[in-house]
Structure formats: structure tokens, C-alpha cells
Design a protein around this ligand. Structure first.
Ligand code: PHE
Length: 455
């Protein structure tokens, strides 16, 4: 009896965590960032980051969440460290920031479902993307996506979403796999695989000079912050989401096993999307890196226009992407809403609507012009995400420390050695990795001037 209960909880949690992790980050952003920042080299850094930094950081969030059983901000107080509340606040703020443009892209997906039904993008996929991705159209769809997210969070149709999530991951994998096989048969796909899968070792270099401040150069200068932050974004780290979800797990569950499942599944979906999108860009003669934020949409729309039953495939594909985007977006809004509900006794539907409205407003520039979307995204990747994950690691590793190991091991059959290894890795190598990421991001933002908004 208790066996079964444990299992049920465990599956529910893994599903929720996977539902949060798998989203536009994997299907839209991962192929686009990979094609922009060096292909296979990006992939290598991403995988190292997902396993070497993402996994330990996810364990840190799980520990804080499960131990405190509270929302992402309250958790730090509950554990007796009021001064570290800022980590939670930063996470919630980062989630707020990211959801503002995530919703804009969610709007594009909505639009592409319609476009697949009517075949509107068949004639000229690139022009279609240009038309719908900015201006009034994009604004209206951004609003619509946000309304859907608010409605789900407010109404608590979690039941439906949970069921949808259960179907989502298998459907995404199946559709992407079928598309992947089809792409494989296309003439001209070959160089795409080379670009995506065979790293150029000469690109794996980074040099630093001191004058007197450190300054970095070499191909990894750009790749590292984007690849590492991509791992955070994609794993839903640094935004309180995993803290909040973990606050519902029982002590009898192995945090290790769960986090490995999430990391592996999540990376697999990203790679699968890359195996479809990147060779397609080559088949269509689109220079990798020039596709930008539209890479996924333009390349797939072109493919659907050529495929037999392309409309149907298009509708199904974009519908699945929509579910993935929604299940991630709700977990982002849920973080903010659960904090407001816990602390201000606010009523859930009202607070969801108010916060959704504010997030919509923040997203207006991104919807209006994709240059703004790029700016919001850059700031999240180069600064907010690494800073936020750094905070979590510092807290779990150095401040909370030893009790974190006990919490980590509860419900697991692993020995103390594994727990202590996690602690010392988190305290040292992992934190150094995040610090390097942050230093590179700060250089790009403040020295190379990426912080200047596209006015
Ligand atoms: N991980 C989600 C994605 O890849 C986005 C997300 C980030 C969701 C943070 C929740 C919290 O699309």
C-alpha cells in the first residue's frame, strides 16, 4: 500500500518537473542558440554544463525546497537564514523577467497552429515569420498566451494539465523522432550533422589577460555563458521553480534519481530538436546563426510546406509545442503566485490575473520588436540566470552546508560519501564554473556594451 503511494507521488513529481523543464527552452531556444553559437562546440559545453553544474544545482534547489516545504522565498526564512531571502527574490524576479518574453514566443506558437490549419505560411515561411513575430499581431498573441497561462494557474485545471503533460513528452519525442528520420533522408542534410555533432576542438579555447582586471577572449567567451545559462534555463533552475516543486516531495524519495531523470530527459528532447532543426537549416541553405530567433519556425514551416500531409503534421507539432510551452509557463507564474498567496493572503485568481497583467506589460517591447526580445533574453542569460544559480549554490553549499547533505540523502540508499562529494563539488568546482560564466556575461554586458537597450 505504502509502496504504491510512494510510487504515485514520485511519478507525479517527476512529471511536473519534466513538464516544467521541457518547453520552448528545448524546442525553440536550444536549436537556435546552438546554431548561433558554434554548433557542436556549443553542444559539448551545454552537456558538460547540464551534468556538471545543472545537476548539482538542481539537487541544491531540491534540498532547499523539500527541507523547507515552502515557496521559493519563504524557504530561506524557514531554514533560518533570513539574510539569504534575496536568492529567492532574485529567482522570482528572474522568472518574472523571463516569462515576459517566453509568452511572446508562446504567442508565435499559437499563431503557427492557426497558420498550419490555413496553410498561411506555406508560400513564404520567412516572410510569414517576419510578419507575425512583431508588431500588433505579436502583441495580440502574447496577450492570448498570457491569458491562457493565467486561466490555468487561476482556475487550477491542474488535473487537465497534468494529463496533458503525461502525453506531452512522449508525443514530442515521437514527432521529433519521425521528423528527424525524414530530415535524414533529405539531400544536403549532411553538413548539418557535422555542424551539430562534430566539435571543432580549436573552438574550445579561452584566454584571459589581466590589465589589471581580467579580460577574456577566444571562442568560448560567447559560448560559455550562452551554453551554461541555456542549461539553467532549460532545466528551470535559478527561478524558484524547482524549489517550489520540491517542496511537495516526500522524504522517502531519492532526490538523486529524480534529478538525473529530469536532466537526461530534458537534454534528450533538446538534442532531438537540434537533430531536426539544424540539418533542416542546411537543407534549406540558411546559414547557421543567421536564422536567429526564427530558426525553428522558419525551418519547420518550410519543411511542413513540403511534406505530404504537412498541414496536419504542422498542427500536431505546434499543438504539442504549445502544451510544452504552457506547462513551463505555468510553473513560472506559479512560483510568483504561490509566494503572493502564502504571504499576502491574496486570492489566487486575482493575484494570478494581476501578476499576469504585469508580466504582459513587461513583455510589450519584446512583442513589438524582436530586437527587444533579444535584449531581454541576453540579460537573462548573461546576468540573471548565472547570478541566481550562484546564489542557490552559495546558500546550499556554504551557508546551509552539512544539513543539506542529510536532506539530500534522506530517502536514498546512497552513502554519505556521495552526499559529501556533492557538497564539496557544489562548494568548489561548480561555483567556480558559475563564477566564470558570470564574469564572461558581465564582460559582454558591461564592457562590450550588450547592456545598451535597442532603442
Ligand atoms: N525550462 C523551461 C523551458 O525549457 C522554461 C522554464 C524556466 C520554466 C524556468 C520554468 C522555470 O522552456
Amino acid at each position: 500500500m505504502s509502496e504504491r503511494e510512494t510510487w504515485a507521488t514520485r511519478a507525479g513529481f517527476i512529471l511536473a518537473a519534466v513538464g516544467s523543464a521541457v518547453g520552448l527552452g528545448n524546442i525553440w531556444q536550444f536549436p537556435f542558440k546552438t546554431s548561433e553559437y558554434g554548433g557542436a562546440t556549443f553542444l559539448v559545453v551545454y552537456l558538460v554544463a547540464a551534468l556538471g553544474i545543472g545537476l548539482p544545482a538542481m539537487l541544491a534547489e531540491f534540498v532547499v525546497g523539500r527541507r523547507s516545504s515552502l515557496n521559493a522565498i519563504g524557504a530561506f526564512e524557514e531554514l533560518g537564514h533570513r539574510n539569504w531571502k534575496w536568492v529567492g527574490v532574485l529567482g522570482v524576479g528572474t522568472g518574472f523577467w523571463i516569462l515576459s518574453y517566453y509568452s511572446v514566443v508562446g504567442g508565435w506558437v499559437l499563431r503557427y497552429i492557426g497558420g498550419s490549419v490555413t496553410g498561411a505560411y506555406f508560400a513564404d515561411p520567412a516572410a510569414y515569420f517576419g510578419q507575425i513575430s512583431a508588431g500588433v499581431d505579436a502583441l495580440a498573441l502574447h496577450a492570448l498566451f498570457m491569458i491562457l497561462v493565467v486561466a490555468i494557474v487561476a482556475g487550477g485545471v491542474e488535473d487537465g494539465i497534468e494529463k496533458a503533460t503525461k502525453l506531452m513528452v512522449p508525443s514530442i519525442v515521437v514527432i521529433l523522432a519521425v521528423l528527424g528520420v525524414w530530415v535524414f533522408t533529405l539531400p544536403g542534410a549532411g553538413p548539418g550533422y557535422t555542424y551539430f555533432l562534430s566539435p571543432d576542438v580549436s573552438q574550445l579555447s579561452l584566454s584571459v589577460s589581466f590589465d589589471p582586471l581580467p579580460s577574456f577572449s577566444g571562442p568560448l567567451t560567447d559560448i560559455i555563458p550562452f551554453a551554461v545559462s541555456q542549461a539553467f534555463f532549460s532545466l528551470s533552475l535559478g527561478m524558484g521553480a524547482m524549489i517550489t516543486y520540491a517542496s511537495y516531495i516526500g522524504d522517502d524519495q531519492s532526490l538523486f534519481g529524480d534529478s538525473i531523470t529530469v536532466v537526461v530527459l530534458n537534454s534528450a528532447v533538446g538534442i532531438l530538436a537540434g537533430l531536426v532543426v539544424i540539418p533542416l537549416l542546411f537543407v534549406q541553405g540558411i546559414e547557421p546563426g543567421s536564422g536567429g530567433a526564427g530558426a525553428l519556425f522558419v525551418s519547420l514551416a518550410t519543411a511542413f510546406a513540403e511534406l505530404p500531409a504537412g498541414r496536419l503534421v504542422g498542427v500536431v507539432f505546434f499543438a504539442v509545442v504549445l502544451i510544452a510551452a504552457l506547462s513551463s509557463a505555468i510553473s513560472l507564474l506559479e512560483v510568483v503566485v504561490s509566494y503572493a498567496v502564502d504571504n499576502y493572503g491574496a486570492r489566487r485568481p486575482q493575484i494570478a490575473a494581476v501578476l499576469g497583467g504585469l508580466i504582459f506589460l513587461l513583455g510589450i517591447p519584446s512583442a513589438w520588436d524582436t530586437a527587444w526580445l533579444g535584449w531581454f533574453d541576453t540579460l537573462a542569460y548573461q546576468l540573471l540566470l548565472p547570478l541566481s544559480v550562484l546564489g542557490i549554490l552559495l546558500f546550499a553549499g556554504w551557508i546551509y552546508g552539512r544539513p543539506a547533505v542529510d536532506e539530500l540523502l534522506s530517502g536514498s540508499s546512497l552513502g554519505l560519501g556521495v552526499g559529501m562529494t556533492w557538497l564539496w563539488l557544489a562548494r568548489t568546482v561548480v561555483i567556480l564554473g558559475v563564477l566564470l560564466t558570470l564574469a564572461l556575461g558581465v564582460q559582454t554586458l558591461f564592457i562590450d556594451g550588450a547592456i545598451v537597450p535597442p532603442l
